[in-house]
Design a protein around this ligand. Structure first.
Ligand code: FES
Length: 105
């Protein structure tokens, strides 16, 4: 699958992310700005906050309670807010789009 990252500086980066990896993995492996991922993907740091494009929502599972709890305490949280490490790509996904908030940079 392809993940399109809309970056805080207004640019866009398209990355091929293998199924089984997360939107966070794709960002970190390509050194994209904005996703810090301090905890390395164990859903405990919330530094991988992104806004998931509405059209991309069906590509992923609903957020777990654990994820929802973390999201609640973030600045700039929106209904489409997600933790990128919990957005794991599956083989039948073609392209998804996320917006990386600048406050996390
Ligand atoms: Fe820490 Fe996602 S990388 S919660």
């Amino acid at each position: 699958p392809t993940v399109v990252y809309q970056l805080p500086d207004g640019s866009t980066s398209s990355v091929d992310v293998p199924a089984g990896q997360s939107v966070m993995d794709g960002s970190v492996r390509n050194n994209l700005p904005g996703i810090v991922a301090e905890c390395g993907g164990s859903c405990s740091c919330a530094t991988c906050h992104v806004y998931l494009d509405e059209e991309s929502t069906p590509a992923f599972e609903e957020p777990t309670l654990e994820e929802q709890d973390l999201l609640e305490f973030l600045d700039g949280v929106q209904p489409c807010s997600r933790l990128a490490c919990q957005l794991v790509l599956t083989p039948d996904v073609d392209t998804v789009t996320v917006t990386v908030p600048s406050s996390d940079a």
